[in-house]
Design a protein around this ligand. Structure first.
Ligand code: ADP
Length: 411
């Protein structure tokens, strides 16, 4: 018997419990993070359903239950969520009123809106971390150009200005010199935030960091928590291009301290699911141990954790599913001395398939992960992981594969 067109459309939009009563995990947003949850969901026997931006969104291409809907449309999101056992997120952009409506309807959200706000709003995050006594760059909320000037005069120029909401991959971040303060309003206008800095922006001292680190942890509703080793993230033009796991040469005392601090933050904020903290490693005073400052938090699987898909006993996407379902967490320890992740950014090729064949043939140890996204210059379209006994070897091979896929080298 063949299904009628209406039945097929319903099958596509309505998640159904897996055989055995396994729960349905709903993901709002159909980007690459939702897509990468599908592999572990299949293996765990958990059904995923994704509220996707379009039929060809990255996750909609691989998750059979991917109804299309706008994450800002309360009715649409409620209708989607009502068919899921728990709901989690592919991104941080679901508006507070939509989250409140889901919460009022009794839908289990992971992370909860009360925790998620600290990943959605950088000003809220700075205020809360300051209350918790977590080391952060010096910062202020500024509503006028004069307030930005007063802050810069106090901490030194240039400063870093950030839109509190909606930024990603450095798009809401700008280094501002004293001479550029007057141009700030134009920049906010170009970011879709016109007006005289009216909601307030975050301004921070520009930190002279030694390098950037990230700590990825997972926490379940019953409070079990697990942390992966601290990693180093390498940014090129404010976009993360490489992650070295674990962070080479990291002082063991600092590693233990930042891991404990980030697990503490996850506990204090009652985060459920995976949380990433981006950190700056800074030089301490003469003779002291190196220190750290927290840059920002993300409450979902994160680019700094992609290495774990091939480099850890439990990868971040599997762990996120286990955490949001309150299942016992998996072992986050490493499977190799070093794993290097290199992001594949859109570049010279429109057609990736021949480059992909070349990369596989040249180095059978490279693990390629592509997101099914159209190629646009600078857009993250995939990543590669290489595990090795030698950091130099892993780094060289990962960078080569990513550069080849990107089209910046051809041999
Ligand atoms: P996004 O949310 O867009 O990722 P971030 O706040 O993480 O924005 O900033 C992006 C990058 O900008 C950081 O990885 C870091 O390289 C740089 N950056 C951000 N804040 C500061 C700061 N206070 N001092 C120096 N560099 C910064």
């Amino acid at each position: 018997m063949t299904a009628s067109p209406t039945e097929s459309a319903q099958a596509r939009s309505a998640p159904r419990r897996s055989p055995g009563g396994f729960p349905v995990v709903g993901v709002i947003g159909g980007g690459q993070l939702a897509r990468m949850m599908q592999g572990p969901a299949i293996e765990l026997g958990v059904q995923l359903s994704v509220l996707a931006e379009s039929v060809d969104a990255s996750a909609a291409l691989v998750v059979p239950s991917s109804p299309v809907g706008d994450h800002t449309d309360i009715e649409r999101v409620r209708e989607f969520a009502a068919r899921c056992d728990v709901v989690t997120f592919d991104h941080e952009h679901v508006p507070p009123e939509v989250l409140a409506s889901l919460e009022a309807a009794g839908i289990p959200l992971h992370p909860s809106p009360a925790a998620l706000v600290y990943a959605q709003d950088k000003l809220a995050m700075r205020r809360r971390l300051a209350e918790l006594g977590v080391p952060c760059p010096r910062w202020a909320a500024a509503r006028t150009a004069d307030e930005v000037r007063a802050f810069g005069d106090e901490v030194g120029w240039p400063v870093v200005a950030k839109t509190p909401r909606g930024g990603y991959d450095g798009k809401g971040v700008r280094v501002v010199s004293a001479a550029e303060v007057d141009g700030l309003e134009d920049w906010l206008g170009a970011m879709g935030r016109p007006g005289p800095l009216e909601d307030g922006i975050l301004v921070e001292e520009r930190v002279e960091f030694v390098r950037e680190l990230a700590v990825l942890v997972a926490r379940s509703p019953s409070g079990q928590a697990a942390a992966w080793p601290v990693v180093e993230t390498v940014q090129t033009d404010v976009i993360c291009t490489e992650v070295l796991a674990p962070a080479p040469g990291l002082d063991p005392g600092l590693a233990a301290e930042v891991t404990a601090a980030v697990l503490g933050i996850a506990g204090e904020l009652a985060v459920t699911g995976v949380m990433a903290a981006e950190l700056f490693e800074v030089r301490s005073e003469e003779g002291g141990r190196p220190a750290y400052l927290v840059n920002e938090l993300a409450m979902r699987p994160h680019n700094s954790g992609h290495w774990s898909m091939d480099g850890a006993v439990t990868g971040q996407f599997e762990q996120h599913l286990r955490a949001v379902l309150d299942l016992p967490l998996g072992d986050p320890s490493t499977r190799a001395p070093w794993t290097v992740m290199a992001n594949v950014l859109g570049g010279g090729h429109d057609e990736l398939y021949s480059a992909y064949r070349h990369v596989m043939a040249r180095d059978p140890g490279v693990k390629v992960h592509l997101y099914g996204k159209g190629v646009r210059r600078g857009r993250k379209i995939g990543h590669v992981n290489v595990a090795s006994r030698s950091l130099e070897d892993a780094r060289g091979r990962a960078t080569h594969a990513a550069d080849y896929l990107r089209g910046v080298i051809d041999e």
